[in-house]
Ligand binder design. Structure first.
Ligand code: UFG
Length: 339
């Protein structure tokens, strides 16, 4: 059984990926410092798969402990999620973002190199494209300077990995996610925003649950079909499946080059109001919302050309937006009942 280390394995995309890896027959080890995750996700994962992953509470900024982990725990590959991800917070605290996201990555890569772990999947983001000139966005679309320090850490992370792959002959896949949504169909794991959610879907579910009074729709004067901004909302379980396919590609040495990039999106853009309507329809309820001015830093539209991932990873999105939004709502309700 191949052993895969998942850093940030108790987080939103990480936990869904751990479940998918275990179900695909991998042995999973998790590193997470729980700075933005809850340790009870270990129990939640175990309750879905009946397999408890080995868990290590390590901050990747701690070089010594990161090295010791690899010395004591031989693994075949790494999926690296552990990073800060709040765009607004990164604008206020850029150094904290550079320190955490870049130092964590560098310590991880050094420890992997010293311990001869040759395969890594990196969580990247469509934010590296900025406001692209053409839609849909494929992997050849030129990268633009990201708006936020968070986005810059993703772009710099990819650059660090480029040098790492070529200098040390390592195999790297960067997965560029569009907008992750949804929750596990069991409702046992899902997104757990701390404080007031920044992202659209958690804000919608919390409004529907009565935790928030009213959803602000940031801007209805964009040049789009209904004036609200367009994104590509991809289900988190579909994302998890892409990670299994990507690590398997490396394990089976089927990668074409030692540094590959894949866009992970559905290929379809939805406006903010379309998401709200789809949520209402999927769950047969209505969401209180109000149009507000545009949010600083938001782009007009982003949606993926996912044909490269479909062809090379043999992956495709299987979960509709409505189904994702039904799962998100079930997860929110489940959380409410647990309190
Ligand atoms: N939106 C609202 N109201 C809200 C929250 C969001 O109208 O309360 C709108 C936004 O203005 C945007 C859309 O919903 O038009 C999606 O916003 P999110 O905050 O959910 O997602 P973003 O596209 O801004 O950001 C996401 C990830 C980032 C990543 C980025 C890449 O959260 O981590 O995609 O573009 F960097």
């Amino acid at each position: 059984m191949k052993k895969i280390l998942v850093t940030g394995g108790l987080g939103y995309i990480g936990s869904h990926t751990v479940v998918a890896l275990q179900q695909a027959g991998y042995e999973v080890l998790i590193i997470d410092d729980c700075s933005n995750a809850d340790k009870d996700f270990l129990d939640r994962i175990t309750s879905i798969t009946s397999i408890r992953p080995q868990y290590f509470s390590i901050d990747l900024k701690d070089q010594l402990k990161t090295n010791q982990f690899f010395e004591n725990n031989p693994v075949d590959g790494v999926i690296h999620f552990a990073a800060y991800k709040a765009v607004g917070e990164s604008v206020e605290k850029p150094l904290m973002y550079y320190r955490n996201n870049l130092m964590g990555l560098i310590n991880l890569l050094e420890a992997m190199n010293e311990n001869k772990v040759d395969h890594v999947i990196f969580s990247s983001s469509c934010t590296v494209y900025g406001q692209a000139d053409q839609m849909p966005i494929d992997e050849q679309t030129p990268l633009k300077k990201p708006e936020s320090p968070y986005g810059k850490t993703k772009q710099m992370g990819e650059e660090i990995l480029e040098d790492y792959a070529s200098t040390y002959q390592k195999n790297v896949i960067c997965l560029r996610y569009f907008n992750p949504v949804g929750a596990h169909p069991s409702s046992k794991i899902g997104e757990l925003p701390k404080g007031i959610p920044n992202n659209l879907v958690p804000y919608v579910t919390q409004t529907a649950a009565g935790i928030r009074e009213c959803l602000s729709v940031w801007g209805d004067d964009y040049p789009t079909r209904d004036g609200t901004a367009i994104r590509d909302y991809i289900d988190v379980n579909d994302l998890a499946d892409a990670h299994v396919k990507a690590i398997t590609r490396l394990m089976e040495q089927k990668n074409k080059t030692n540094l590959e990039f894949f866009n992970l999106g559905t290929g379809t853009g939805s406006t903010v109001l379309e998401v709200v309507n789809a949520f209402e329809k999927a769950n047969n309820l209505s969401v209180n919302y109000k149009i507000q001015p545009r949010r600083a830093g938001d782009i007009v539209e982003a949606f993926a050309d996912n044909s490269f991932a479909k062809k090379e990873l043999n992956w495709q999105p299987t979960i509709s937006l409505e189904e994702s939004l039904r799962n998100s709502w079930n997860w929110e309700q489940n959380l409410g009942q647990e309190k």
